[in-house]
Design a binder for this molecule. Structure first.
Ligand code: AP5
Ligand code: MG
Length: 223
């Protein structure tokens, strides 16, 4: 399985990717998580990434492509992987085709979460994350057992810096301009699946399982 989970900010990519990678035993590779770790550690990559992320803009393609090429060359990716949030520009998609193509590989499924903008804002405004394990919670839809505390590691939950309303709206605009169009790229390869992103988290997950286990998406279109 070489999967890409894509969708707008707050569509549930991270939440669903965690469930998918736990079930299918493949590494979860999230460029957003990798950038945030680098930001917390104040590495040169993190300092550069922060200057874009804090404004709701995408990080430069060359930086992001290098990050992913290095990650995909690690042995744990040999039997498959899940990419969460990469590629999100056409140059990134073309670069990924090249990196995989060199080894005679390609993506097996591109799974696109469909959700409307109103729901996105509701999700982002209530999100809390654990900075240690990057698990997302939601104050209403997916609260931790103890308010403000991560169920897994006991860490203190925080609001992501790019979830401020102005930055979140900017991220949505940037997504619509840059990432929405790359769906055509994958549609032409006949590996694009639309997943309805609305409904309870297990319900959405069952839609992914349908595609991954049976190759069908239960009324959600395979474009
Ligand atoms: P990234 O971290 O990937 O952010 P994003 O794409 O904006 O997506 P989010 O992580 O905000 O949302 P999500 O879809 O993962 O939703 P989640 O599961 O958390 O990237 C951050 C930044 O890094 C980018 O803006 C960019 O600057 C940079 N970057 C990253 N990749 C890049 C690239 N390839 N190129 C250039 N720059 C890049 O869920 C959201 C909330 O909803 C949570 O509270 C969750 O609990 C809740 N929720 C989830 N599912 C449900 C459900 N079914 N019902 C109710 N609530 C739900
Ligand atoms: Mg995410």
């Amino acid at each position: 399985m070489r999967l890409l989970v894509m969708g707008p900010p707050g569509s549930g990519k991270g939440t669903q990717s965690k469930l998918i990678t736990e079930k299918y035993g493949i590494p979860h590779i999230s460029t957003g998580d990798m950038f945030r770790t680098a930001m917390r550690e104040q590495t040169p990559l993190g300092i550069e990434a922060a200057s874009y992320i804090e404004k709701g803009l995408y990080c430069p393609d060359d930086l992001t492509i290098k990050l992913i090429s290095d990650r995909l060359s690690r042995p744990d990716c040999e039997q498959g992987f899940l990419l969460d949030g990469f590629p999100r520009t056409l140059p990134q998609a073309v670069a990924l085709d090249g990196v995989l193509g060199e080894e005679g590989k390609n993506l097996s499924h591109v799974l696109k979460l469909d959700i409307d903008s109103y729901m996105i804002i509701k999700r982002l405004s209530g999100r809390r994350i654990c900075p240690k394990c990057e698990i997302s919670y939601h104050v209403d839809y997916s609260p931790p057992k103890v308010e403000g505390v991560c169920d897994d590691c006991g860490g203190k939950l925080i609001i992501r810096s790019d979830d401020k309303p102005k930055t979140a709206i900017k991220r949505l605009e940037v997504y619509l301009q840059n990432t929405y169009p790359i769906m055509d790229h994958y549609d032409q390869q006949d590996i694009l699946y639309h997943i309805v992103g609305v409904g309870e988290i297990p319900k959405v997950f069952s839609r992914f399982e349908k595609v991954l286990d049976n190759g069908t998406s239960n009324g959600d279109e395979h474009s």
